[in-house]
Design a protein around this ligand. Structure first.
Ligand code: SF4
Length: 375
């Protein structure tokens, strides 16, 4: 495989320490300005910003952020916050400040919406959480989807993530939705199956912000076997390259199993991610739901500790400064409550609101007080 230097494109790069600190300062100042707008009080805005930073440290297991990247649309440090600067960034943090230090308005604090736009998918993955409904008939029309998403945007959602099934399986509708909500931060979670250069370009022109591609192993045959499709690896790699060529920030979603972690697979995976030139690797812990319902797949303390070491190594140590940033939501959950049902929601295929793809309790109204997962 060609080197990272060859794969990096002119419209994207990782940030050096000084540039990262300067961008971070500008971001914090902008968030303080949002606070000024929200509280009409500079001191209160400063205090809320401090709380936000403390919250960020907790999410990062006590560490300060050290890495970021630049793409043509702005600066970023993970896949869960809109790029800076921009309207979506402003409204995302306006809502986040409201959650961290309520202004007394009683407004909901929604920020992120995951939308399952189709049940169709060309793969049959070992860990699929949607296994029971996979490839059944889709229920909602484009107009209905648009209306339901618009309701959530009205309540404050500034980041929309399209998933499925495979969202590319409903490409024309996906494109129409992205175009319609183009002032929001929009991502797709995809296997990249069929994501050719033309589709990547159309999505980019429509206003998509980023792409997260599922890749679960550094060995092609192992990924194909996990995804139960002989072309899964080839399609994923080609989709990643097309998205990078279009200037998207790209994350790899990996669901590492116990044996893979214990045998040092994550280091090999990080070498692959670095060679591909992606910006982030997002670690998703295996969950005993969907196709894995009742299976003994969840990670033990040893594997979780090994993942935390990998996270620290590639995010904190100087020799790995230009490697992709690792995000590990499972680690953050140890220190901070889950936001499912509070700051983010899943809009399921049939229009039902749920906390997330794993916790399927229907939500009848947006929770204002605490996370539904906690409840
Ligand atoms: S996990 Fe995703 S890509 Fe795999 S079968 Fe399920 S919906 Fe398709």
């Amino acid at each position: 495989m060609s080197s990272r230097a060859i794969n990096m494109h002119e419209n994207q790069r990782s940030l050096g320490t000084a540039e990262f600190r300067w961008v971070q300062f500008r971001m914090l100042f902008r968030i303080w300005q949002q606070g000024l707008d929200l509280y009409r009080d500079p001191i209160k805005s400063y205090r809320a910003l401090k709380r936000l930073l403390q919250h960020g440290r907790k999410v990062n297991n006590g560490s300060a952020l050290k890495k970021g990247f630049w793409v043509a649309d702005g600066y970023g440090w993970d896949m869960f916050h809109p790029l800076f600067p921009g309207k979506a960034f402003d409204s995302f943090f306006y809502q986040h400040l409201e959650e961290i230090m309520p202004s007394g308005s009683g407004r909901p604090v929604l920020r992120r919406l995951l939308v399952a736009i189709t049940k169709k998918c060309p793969l049959q993955c070992a860990h699929c959480s949607e296994w029971d409904s996979l490839n059944q008939k889709d229920v909602l029309s484009l107009a209905e989807l648009r209306h339901k998403i618009a309701e959530m945007v009205h309540l404050g959602v500034s980041q929309i993530v399209y998933s499925g099934g495979e969202p590319l399986n409903r490409f024309a509708d996906l494109l129409a939705l992205v175009e319609h909500f183009r002032d929001r931060s929009q991502w797709i979670y995809t296997s990249a199956y069929g994501l050719d250069r033309e589709k990547a370009q159309l999505l980019r022109d429509a206003g998509l912000e980023g792409v997260a591609v599922s890749l679960d192993h550094h060995i092609p045959e192992e990924h194909n076997s996990f995804r139960n499709n002989a072309k899964a690896w080839k399609e994923a790699i080609s989709g990643i390259q097309n998205c990078l060529a279009e200037g998207f920030p790209v994350a790899l979603n990996i669901c590492p199993q116990r044996d893979y972690i214990r045998s040092g697979g994550m280091d090999k995976f990080m070498e692959l991610a670095n060679e591909l030139g992606v910006h982030m690797v997002n670690i998703l812990e295996p969950r005993a739901v969907g196709h894995w319902d009742g299976e003994d797949v969840e990670l033990g303390q040893t594997e979780k500790a090994m993942l935390e070491s990998v996270w620290k190594k590639y995010n904190d140590q100087d020799p790995y400064r230009s490697y992709p940033i690792i995000t590990y939501p499972g680690m953050a959950r140890k220190k901070t409550p889950c936001g499912g049902g509070l700051s983010y929601l899943l809009l399921d295929y049939d229009g039902t609101l749920r906390p997330c793809p794993f916790c399927k309790t229907p939500i009848t109204e947006v929770q204002r007080e605490r996370s539904l997962c906690e409840a």
